[in-house]
Structure formats: C-alpha cells, structure tokens
Design a protein around this ligand. Sequence first.
Ligand code: NHF
Length: 450
Amino acid sequence: MRILILGFEYLPVKVGGLAEAITSIAEGLAELGNEVVVFTPDHGRNLGEVFGSFRVSAFGGEVSITVRKREQNGVVVYSLGGGLLSESDVYGPGWEGLLRKAVLFGKASVGLMNGLIDAFTPDVIHAHDWHTVFALGLLKKYFGIRSVFTVHRLNKARIPDHYFSEANLAELAPYPEIDPEHTACYIADMVTTVSRSYLWEEWEFFKHFEGKVTHVFNGIDCSFWNEELMETKDLPREERRRRVLERFGLSDGKAFMFIGRFDKAQKGVDTLLRAIEVLSADPAFKEMRFIIIGKGDPELEAWARAVQNRFPENVRVVTELLGRETVRELYGSVDFVIIPSYFEPFGLVQLEAMCLGAVPIGSAVGGIKDTVIGLNSDPENATGLLVPPRDAFALARAMVLAKELDEGTLRKLRENGKRRARNDFTWENACGRYMKVYGGTVDRAVPFLR
Ligand code: NHF
C-alpha cells in the first residue's frame, strides 16, 4: 500500500508523545512492506535536502514554500517550510499563529501533492490530531483519497469559521465556531483513537462517528527501554536504587518516581503531592522516597518545592530536562512509578516503566487502565496497581500497600509487566491493526456490544 501520513510532530521534532507515536507508526508500516510518505511542517529545523519550492497565497499575501526531503528508517519525509511553517514553536506562535500555521500546512500540502501525484498516488491518507484538519480536508477535496483520522488526545478547541474560508474549505464551516476535531472526523472515512478505554470515556464525542470509529493501541519500543542496555545492568536492583537515591541526596528506602508535565489538566502531579502530604502522617512514610521529575505550571512547581522543603529526607523534585538514557537508568532502579493522570489517551510512562521492571501505580483511566493489569482484579497476571483518578487518599493507600508487598509478589509483577509490554503492545501489532483500518476490515466500537 502507498500511505501518506500527516502530522505536526515527527522525530526528531518532538514536543510530547505524539512524535514517538507517529514516527513509530510510519516506520512500522514501512517495515510491513508499505510505501510510506510523511508530510510535516519544517518548524525551522531545515532537515533534509531542498526538494522544491512553490508559492501559496494565504491571508492576503503570498508565502514562498520550500520543501525538504529526507529518508529516515525506510520512510520518505517531506518537511514544508516557509512563512509560519518555519516557526520553531511547533504549536505556535500563539493560538492565532498556530491556526494560521495549520492553514498554511494544508495549502502547502496540496502544492506538494500536485507535484508528487504522478509518481506517488496514496491509497490512503492517515492524518494525526486536529492540526492536520486543513491538510486532510484539502487533500480529500482535490484528490479524493480515502482517509483515516487518528485522535491522540482530544483538544476540544473552537476555531472561527474564517480560517476554513481562508483554507478554501468554507463548505466545512457552516457555523461561526468550528471544532476542528469534529470536522476532521467528519471528513475521514475511518476514525481511530489510541486506546479502547479512552474511546469509551469520550463516547460523547466519538458517538457522532459511530460506524466508522475504532481504537488502535499504540506500542512501546522495548529495544530502547531495555534493562540490558543499562549502565548498571549487572548490579542487583536494590543496589541500583541505593545509588540513584544517593545521587539525589536521599538515603535508601522504597523508591516511587513521577515523571511528566506539571499541568493542572491531565498529568495529576497535584494528586501525588496531596497524597505525599496525606502519607506524611503514616508510620510507613519514614521508609518511602519520592523522586518527582518534570516542570511546567509555576504554581505546581512551587508546591512541589514546598513539599520537598517540608520533607527533605523523603522528597526530591527535579526540574531540569533529563536525557533518555538517564531516564532509563531511573526506571530500571526505582521500585514504583506513579502515573496519577486525570485522563490518558494511551500514556507511555506506564509501559516504559514496565519494560524496565518498575511497577506502575496508575489511575484507572484510558490507556493506563488498558495496559496495566491491577493487582486486586487479577493477582496472577497483575502488572501494577490501579487507583481511581484525582483521589489522593486512594493513591496514598495504594503506595502504602505497594511498599508492604513481599519480594515474591514484586518479582511476579515485574516479570508480568515486562512480558506484557514486550508481547502485547508492540508497534508491529499497532501497524497490523492500522492496515485493517485502512482496508475497512476492522471491528468497530458498538455501544450496545460494550
Ligand atoms: O500516548 C501518543 C500520545 C499518547 O496519552 C498520550 C497523549 C498524547 O496524551 O498517542 O498522545
């Protein structure tokens, strides 16, 4: 099959989990023998050789578009630069800048497709997240190619209709305020999201596309997230933990780690901070250590620092960016990783942790619920602990329970976790299912069969 992928992030350009997901999907599809081409904004990175240029009229002026081409792990990547497409802020500058960038990406995609169509006629266009809505709409309008839209995370934004007029897609904007995710799903022949539970949690949105909506789980690349590649792989796990804690100026104890964005809308670091405050009154607290890695909202950062100052023997907050290898060392050394998200379309942290033998304690939502098997629901196959989201007391209780687990149970959780991450959530599985989505031969989400 010839597959055209559209996305705002593609490695090495990375803001969040999206880059990893789109790149792995494209490479996985290529490995399955497909011809895979990607269109993505250049974001000022100038990656690859100049392939061509053309002019596009937009917003009352003209923009000169430069197309660069590179081959990356079996995938041909075209990056579109010029005007706002060369802006280094991937999702900016500002909200209006982002909307204009998205429109320009759409128009430039048509220009590029016009030049390629002779040599490369896609069988399917696979667009990712709402920033590609104009590109998807325009490619569909001018080339009539079958299309799939994947929601990695609902943004629930509203866009003034004039952006659609500017994109020459006025017919898609019958109201003054348009939800671009809704429009993209409406245009697409099939709609997917990245976990089964997220799809049902957001059924109020997805129900509008009943009949053409399904889920495709993401995967995890266990070849990188692998204990064998750790510098300290030959040391026993307790020794690795002792060393890591020492590096952060903490004495040995049961180690719990959080890694993620400090935000007030999704990742739930506030629930963890509250849980630590609750736990401080528990005798078990003395033997518990918390490494909290991330940055973002200044209020949350200040709260995290205040918690560290109150409990200097137990808590370390790390706000500097850590390299992937360092993060791997940490996953392979701590006992537990906390994922207290309010919601999580898929989530990578719980699987990265499982690959490296850290036991996840996560919210029972979205992809976390689908990937982690909870100790209380299935002790034999369990890979971690699941707790209700936004419930600091439940999280605190789960952490005490985790701390008291005997060595045998812990070993089993680790082994189950590694096996599940490696076997059940591969990118190969994900791509195999996407192939079925492209062909329309996939099972659908049916509300009366839930
Ligand atoms: O893993 C890639 C990522 C997901 O849960 C994640 C999210 C955004 O919020 O699909 O997209």
